[in-house]
Design a protein around this ligand. Sequence first.
Ligand SMILES: [Zn+2]
Length: 192
Amino acid sequence: MSKILNEVLLANRDYVAGFDKADLAMPPARQFAILTCMDARLDPAKYAGLSEGDAHVVRNAGGRASDDAIRSLVISYKLLGTKEWFVIHHTDCGMETFSNEIMTDLCASSLETASVDASGWHDHGAGPGSTEAKYINWLTIKNQAESVLEDVNRIKAHPLVPANIPVYGYVYDVKSGSLIEVPEATAAGRAS
Ligand SMILES: [Zn+2]
């Protein structure tokens, strides 16, 4: 068995031993949702004080308001009653380190893990790669405050998002753990 698989299953056994969450309702008790990055350094349960059952957390690369993230947010309010949403990107996000063109070139070179240094990304894998990456918008980030604002605007402009849901825009600082408001984004996300 893989080391990781074994570790995860052992950790789950411990979790089950102390499990006391069987009576939680499906709708989030605190009626809010967070859209944030999948970065391993971010733990929304810790940085936002969540317990099981409290809130929806939608995660993807960058915490971007992709069509699929919006799909989740619409389900979150329409079927499960959330009333306030956060978009939380973060400092030192990997999505700042490449572009659609770079990803397309890396994947075309090989399907192995690339490496990065001061001069950028490099692919050393044995090919063949795939040209399919060019069909995906990787939703990379140039500036965190701008990406938060862009995503709050995209969510608020969506025809399935009601105007009375406020969307708060924040950047999580990976060096301090603090949430820093993007005031333009929160203003754009105001409920009306
Ligand atoms: Zn990230």
